[in-house]
Design a protein around this ligand. Structure first.
Ligand code: MG
Ligand code: MG
Length: 309
């Protein structure tokens, strides 16, 4: 990756996850040395601090199980504005916070891409497709809905803010998927989204799958946003997440993804989401995330410190 100026933006939202703890995510990533790791690789770093929770919006949607909709709608609205403004220059890195934050960050980035006349591609690293609508969710946790919202699927009117620009579903690729609800499976079929589940990774290995995606982004001169949910990783190496699903990406698979993203020089923005420090073991998940971000910013295997747990 060529030299960047990375802007760290803390987003202490936990209203979308249905449990407490994600609001401590930005503090844990700072304590684990995120800024120092990026700076040590020769990039500029500006820590813009942690956003204050916005006042709730008068949002409503006729699904009684929805949790904290006015709070999440307010975060989405605020983050869309912040992401649009901060993507004018430098590389924004949003430190979550639960995955509902991506409904806001990517909304702002899509608006930026539209203004630039570029295509926004999204790489969704997650155990889950997060493709519920406000109508289809049974848990009521809005962190399970951002991809459907951002790609302009029905089931959000009145609930989440109107999008200035949607993301073309053909420009969304999901990697690491291994937990899909029936309504999501139905909605994903024929959506145009590329879904690479853990079986695809097992059968073909991660490198050729990712290489093909990156070649597409390059061929179309796209901007590439990476949305990294901690549960993309196997819970054995990353326990600090409220939605663990066995059979996730291994330590090496995750580093390889980040190393290939680094080599591609295509990534223009990043979300790090769902870190719940309350569930961590002596900071090991936060530390792993920092090491993975270091790989994205150009740390090589030969400079990686050996860590013991
Ligand atoms: Mg997610
Ligand atoms: Mg997930």
């Amino acid at each position: 990756m060529t030299r960047r100026v990375c802007k760290l933006i803390g987003v202490p939202v936990q209203d979308g996850s249905g449990r407490r703890g994600c609001e401590m995510g930005p503090a844990a990533l700072r304590a684990a040395g995120l800024a120092e790791a990026i700076a040590s690789l020769g990039h500029g770093v500006a820590d813009l601090g942690t956003l204050a929770p916005p006042p709730p919006l008068p949002a409503s949607y006729p699904n009684p199980v929805l949790k904290n909709l006015p709070q999440v709608a307010a975060w989405v609205d605020k983050l869309a504005a912040v992401a649009f403004a901060e993507s004018a220059e430098g590389m924004p890195l949003f430190m979550g916070g639960d995955h509902s934050l991506s409904a806001g960050t990517i909304a702002g980035l899509a608006r930026r891409a539209a203004l630039l006349g570029r295509k926004l591609f999204v790489l969704w690293l997650d155990a889950h497709p997060d493709f519920h609508s406000l109508h289809s969710t049974e848990s009521g946790n809005i962190h399970g809905t951002p991809v459907a919202y951002l790609t302009g699927q029905p089931g959000f009117a009145g609930g989440l803010p109107q999008l200035a620009a949607t993301v073309d579903p053909r420009h969304v690729a999901m990697l690491g998927i291994r937990s899909v609800d029936t309504a999501e499976r139905r909605a994903l079929a024929g959506s145009g989204i590329t879904v690479l589940d853990m079986r695809a990774i097992d059968e073909h290995s991660i490198a050729p799958l990712l290489r093909r995606l990156l070649e597409r982004v390059r061929a179309e001169d796209g901007l590439l946003h990476v949305s990294f949910d901690v549960d993309f990783l196997d819970p054995a190496i990353a326990p600090a997440v409220g939605t663990t699903v066995p059979g996730g990406a291994s330590f090496r698979e995750a580093h390889l993804v980040m190393e290939m993203l680094h080599d591609s020089d295509l990534v223009t923005s990043l979300d790090l989401v769902e870190l719940n420090p309350f569930l961590d073991e002596r900071g090991r998940t936060a530390t792993l995330l920092v090491d993975l971000v270091a790989s994205l910013f150009g740390r090589h295997v030969l400079d990686r410190p050996t860590r013991s747990f």
